[in-house]
Design a protein around this ligand. Structure first.
Ligand SMILES: Nc1ncnc2c1ncn2[C@@H]1O[C@H](COP(=O)(O)OP(=O)(O)OP(=O)(O)O)[C@@H](O)[C@H]1O
Ligand SMILES: [Zn+2]
Length: 677
């Protein structure tokens, strides 16, 4: 019998079956694995004929059966198989790592953790799902839809079979309301619904809203920060078909949903849908594949769609649903103003017009957002005498100064240390921070507006359990006057009283060499602008920049996504960049960069031999990553491109055969559709 095991090896492993009950594909078992035991998943059955091969006698036997019946359906395996194939990742790893930990990791005594039985029993106890066309769930407190929303809902309710939609709705246009109405109707047909959100911090408000509206239905949430038991319970509820709606971050897409009938991907443009380690999948893309396999409609929603999705809608592969107005009567998009820092040099990061606007906004009793995408106090700690800069010992990066806990921290490898009393080079005690992060801006704001309640929301202030919910609740309850934060506060949240948004530090991304940087910056600025003016009353956004003439800003000031997308698309088309070409990168990691480069050169030479005849796939030269060393390991990569997706994958298949055969100390991995280059 063929068993999948989580191991960085391609293929299945064959074991003997010593039990009288028949094995079932999709059942979990315990198998011996070297000197250990591991959870395996039965993937295929094959009859071993007596004396068939000489190796039969050393075929190890399955030790225990973990599930009474089939745990994982053929439908689920179909998606997992697609993902493994498409991302060229070992199937066993993909399959097992998509499960909650309790279902794939044995306890210290090599037994299944008790948690699994608890979670399973919990789901068993839940009432069997019943539905009827007549028991319309009461949509409590739902506002009456406007005509554009109604049209969108009608399309999504009527959709049958695989049918992708792009819900292009400006910020605050009531996309959530469209999802809710469509979902309520689809639930009446007994369908299960998957709702993907890009970030954990968006799940608590979504959960509260969905539960309130969809009374009588079971709504569960799944993300990587859930306690293990809660996640395992949620998994069984969804996989048994007892839960009706799954609200999840990207890992939600890999959860089995037997009654799946509708898929929603909110904020589809968001880079967080891309997994950045292990199998580097794009959850939005997998959600589309899922909908295709399950033959059901899927809606991608955004005010700033990814160029990939926008192109599909232009080619009519996705049907577009437009919401062009804000939903709340009297609400309007903020006016966007640029503050030229050449004319208004910032003091401590804030220019005079910004300070003035903050003051007026406070006086008007409204909340403000100050957005900058850099956490910590200062990105560098410098000696004012000799110019020494605190660098990470393990990475080619500066240490970030975190003033609250007097530490220096590396944002690449996580290394931390106390701030030195004096320069380690010359002994001078005059050290200062260069540049500013959210903590420093928070401090500056507290100094400027002593009576204002300033609150910081970033990865550091929300590290402890429940902290993020508490802070967001405060912001929603109006117990905060100025919110300082990273992209965490910039998207999705429906704040009621934001009268002003200030964007700082945007210039670096304006002229970044990364080809997706403008797309990302534009989306970020549109999204954070979108937090303002969501109820009646006017609102402003101020962007501090040295380059006010940049074309990105004129589109931003006009809230004109389409103009921006058109011009960006034009550039990509001319340069044959995605979405007009398909890419993969091969990364190599080793203590010495030279070894990485040599490995990649060999891979390139072999790759060129494969594709020489065809000429449809192009291999670029290996290059070191911009942050070359992280945690003592040096990294390099090479890009592979093709204008044809099938050609690229045909090439990658062959290339993988060579790569997997390589022995040596260089660690490598392949990334398909990379976002960071
Ligand atoms: N038809 C309606 N009438 C009145 N208010 C509405 C209506 N539809 C939605 N709203 C309200 O409009 C606000 C914004 O809606 P929602 O959060 O769904 O916007 P969104 O399109 O998801 O925006 P974003 O892209 O910025 O996240 C919410 O407070 C919502 O309750
Ligand atoms: Zn480091």
């Amino acid at each position: 019998m063929d068993v999948l095991v989580a191991a960085p090896l391609y293929g299945t492993f064959t074991y003997a079956w010593p039990f009288s009950d028949d094995p079932i594909v999709g059942q979990r078992v315990i198998v011996p694995w070297g000197r250990q035991k591991r959870v395996g998943l039965i993937h295929g059955l094959r009859a071993v004929v007596d004396g068939d091969t000489g190796s039969d006698y050393d075929l190890k036997a399955v030790e225990r059966i973990l599930d009474e019946g089939r745990l994982l359906s053929a439908q689920w395996r179909q998606l997992i198989e697609f993902a493994a194939r498409y991302y060229h990742h070992p199937l066993g790893t993909v399959a097992l790592e998509s499960l909650p930990k309790a279902l794939r990791v044995l306890n210290a005594k090599s037994e299944e953790p008790v948690m699994v039985e608890k979670a399973r029993a919990h789901a068993d106890r839940l009432a069997e799902h019943v539905h009827s066309e007549h028991d319309s769930p009461p949509m409590n407190e739902a506002p009456a839809l406007n005509p554009a929303q109604s049209a969108a809902v009608a399309a999504l309710v009527d959709a049958r079979g695989f049918d992708p939609y792009l819900l292009y709705g400006v910020t605050g246009s009531g996309k959530t309301e469209v999802y809710l109405h469509a979902i309520a109707q689809r639930l009446r047909r007994g369908e299960q619904v998957l709702v993907l959100l890009p970030e954990i911090n968006l799940t608590p408000p979504a959960m509260a809203l969905y539960q309130k509206r969809l009374t009588g239905h079971r709504v569960v949430v799944m993300h990587s920060n859930l306690p293990e038991l809660a996640r395992t319970k949620a998994w069984f509820e969804v996989a048994s078909g007892k839960a009706d709606v799954l609200i999840g971050t990207r890992l939600g897409v890999l959860t089995p949903m037997p009654r799946l009938g509708f898929v929603v991907v909110d904020e589809e443009h968001d880079p967080s849908y891309k997994q950045q380690d292990g199998m580097r999948y794009q959850a939005r893309d997998l959600a589309l594949m899922l909908a295709k396999q399950r033959n059901c409609p899927v809606v991608l929603g955004s005010a700033t769609p990814s160029l990939e999705s926008w192109l599909k809608s232009e080619q009519s592969a996705y049907k577009r649903l437009d919401l062009t107005q804000r939903a709340v009567p009297g609400a309007s998009l903020p006016t966007v103003e640029l503050v030229n820092t050449a004319n208004f040099p910032p003091k401590e990061g804030l220019s005079e017009p910004v300070i003035q606007a903050l003051r007026e906004n406070l006086d008007a009793g409204r909340q403000a957002i100050v957005f900058l995408n850099r956490r910590g106090y200062a990105p560098q700690l410098v000696c004012n005498a000799c110019g020494w800069v605190a660098n990470c010992e393990h990475c080619s990066a500066h240490m970030v100064w975190h003033k609250r806990d007097m530490s220096l921290r590396c944002h690449h490898c996580g290394a931390g240390q106390r701030v030195p009393q004096a320069c380690v080079c010359c002994g001078n005690q005059d050290l200062s921070g260069f540049g500013r992060g959210t903590q420093r801006v928070e401090e500056v704001l507290e100094g400027l507006f002593p009576s204002a309640r300033v609150l910081r929301l970033d990865a550091d202030s929300t590290r402890n359990k429940g902290q993020m919910e508490d802070l967001l609740e405060k912001a929603h309850a109006g117990e905060v006057d100025i919110l300082v934060g990273t992209q965490m506060i910039s998207k999705g949240h429906d704040f009621a009283n934001i009268g002003l948004v200030v964007a700082l530090n945007v210039d670096a991304s304006l002229y970044s060499h990364a080809y997706r940087a403008p797309e990302r910056l534009f989306a970020q600025l549109m999204q954070v602008a979108g937090r303002a003016g969501r109820r009646a009353g006017s609102a402003r956004m101020l962007v501090q920049t040295r380059y006010p003439q940049h074309p990105l800003f004129s589109a931003l000031m006009a809230h004109d996504y389409v103009r921006f997308a058109d011009s960006e698309m034009q550039g990509r088309r001319e340069a044959r960049m995605p979405p007009f070409s398909y890419q993969a990168t091969l990364r190599a990691d080793h203590r010495h960069l030279g070894n990485c480069i040599e490995f990649l050169r060999n891979a390139k030479a072999f790759g060129e031999a494969i594709c020489a005849a065809e000429g449809t796939v192009f291999l670029c030269d290996p290059v070191p990553l911009s942050v070359v060393r992280v945690g003592g390991i040096e990294r390099a990569q090479m890009l592979v491109e093709s204008e044809s997706r099938p050609s690229l994958h045909a090439f990658l298949n062959e290339w993988m055969n060579w790569l997997t055969a390589q022995k040596g100390a260089v660690k490598w991995f392949l990334e398909v559709d990379p976002v960071e280059l």
